[in-house]
Ligand binder design. Structure first.
Ligand SMILES: Cc1cc2nc3c(=O)[nH]c(=O)nc-3n(C[C@H](O)[C@H](O)[C@H](O)COP(=O)(O)OP(=O)(O)OC[C@H]3O[C@@H](n4cnc5c(N)ncnc54)[C@H](O)[C@@H]3O)c2cc1C
Length: 321
């Protein structure tokens, strides 16, 4: 049994000045503690912090507290009305019981489902034990990433919510020892490179306080998730599309993918291939080609290239119909 202390601060300042590992819904962290992958000596429960509100901002955007539960966010009237891609992504993830526990902050920081990371007895993992190697390279890699990988790690980023937030250009707000700061979601996650254990730009002790979404007028939004089972399963490939079509042309579009990248994967290449064009199957295929350019596969996950292309094409059809 691994011993740890527990405290539940009621203010953000107290939480930030505590030294320990933040725990919110616990649906990732407690699992990893039981598996012996994470062994924090102190837990700082952040669920009593006043960060559980969703508010419309004066500019028409949205402010989402870090403690807002995934189920509450998915069903919030403002999200249903203006950020459908986020609601769809959240509802495609996990199970109702898990969504009732999981929080916005915790979802942003959930860790990979790579089996070699999650099971210390299963083989080497540079993310869990830096410098030990990567058993997934020569092992089972059907679920692994094909974009953004390195010779040290091919673990997939698992979140659905973060893919939608990437397409929505979310901004993550943090409070830490050095004060507050804002980080665009596109700058938040790091590629594995030769330090796959460093997954994002947070400093130790940084608390995510909230996320803001810019306004998204006149867009049609789609989250499409392809997986082995219809529910309670992580994505093999997913696509989030936020598109504005006017006078028969795609005036603006944002495309992000899940299940294929080592981080939530935005495809600027796909967006360039689409912008200014009339929606057509040929244009969607060109965008999908651009989105998967540079994919590096292993024998068991090579199918993801074609699957992800079809996912992008289908999501684009739906978002521009
Ligand atoms: C069986 C199962 C199936 C699942 N299926 C899916 C799926 O299909 N799609 C999907 O996207 N997800 C899925 N998930 C993952 C689930 O969405 C995450 O576990 C959940 O979102 C994590 O939120 P939490 O509040 O429970 O985080 P916690 O477990 O409490 O914390 C996760 C991490 O975030 C840190 N943290 C939490 N809050 C903050 C904060 N405010 N500031 C700084 N750090 C913080 C913690 O220290 C920890 O490192 C599944 C999980 C399970 C167990």
């Amino acid at each position: 049994m691994h011993n740890f202390t527990y405290e539940q601060p009621s203010t953000i300042d107290k939480a930030v000045s505590s030294s320990g590992r933040f725990i919110a819904g616990g649906t990732t962290l407690v699992d990893l503690m039981k598996l012996g992958v994470e062994l924090p000596s102190a837990l700082v429960d952040v669920t009593a912090l006043p960060l559980d509100q969703v508010e419309v901002l004066p500019n028409g955007g949205l402010k989402i507290g870090a403690m807002v539960r995934n189920s509450d966010l998915a069903n919030h009237p403002e999200v249903l009305k203006n950020y459908a891609v986020l609601s769809q992504a959240l509802l495609s993830g996990a199970s109702p019981q898990l969504r009732n526990m999981a929080t916005t902050g915790g979802n942003l920081l959930q860790r990979t489902r790579c089996p070699y990371f999650r099971d210390p007895s299963s083989g080497a993992c540079n993310k869990r034990d830096p410098g030990s190697g990567c058993a997934a390279m020569e092992g089972h890699h059907r679920m692994m990433a094909i974009l953004g990988t390195s010779d040290h790690c091919i673990a997939t980023h698992p979140s659905d919510m973060c893919v939608a937030m990437t397409a929505l250009e979310a901004v993550i707000h943090v409070q830490g020892a050095k004060g507050t700061r804002e980080i665009a979601i596109g700058e938040f996650y790091k590629l594995p490179g030769d330090t796959p254990e460093i997954e994002n730009v947070l400093e130790p002790g940084d608390l995510i306080t909230h996320v803001t979404l810019p306004p998204v007028a006149d867009t049609k939004q789609v989250y499409l998730k392809l997986r082995d089972r219809a529910s309670y399963e992580f994505a093999l490939a997913s696509a989030a599309v936020v598109a504005h079509v006017e006078d028969g042309r795609i005036r603006s579009v944002r495309v992000a993918m899940g299940g294929v990248g080592t981080r939530p994967w935005r495809s600027h290449g796909a967006e360039v291939a689409l912008t200014g064009k009339a929606p057509s199957v040929a244009t969607f295929h060109a965008a999908a080609e651009a989105a998967l350019k540079g994919a590096r596969t292993h024998p068991e996950n090579a199918f993801k290239v074609e699957l992800a292309k079809r996912c992008v094409v289908r999501a684009l059809k739906m978002a521009t119909a």
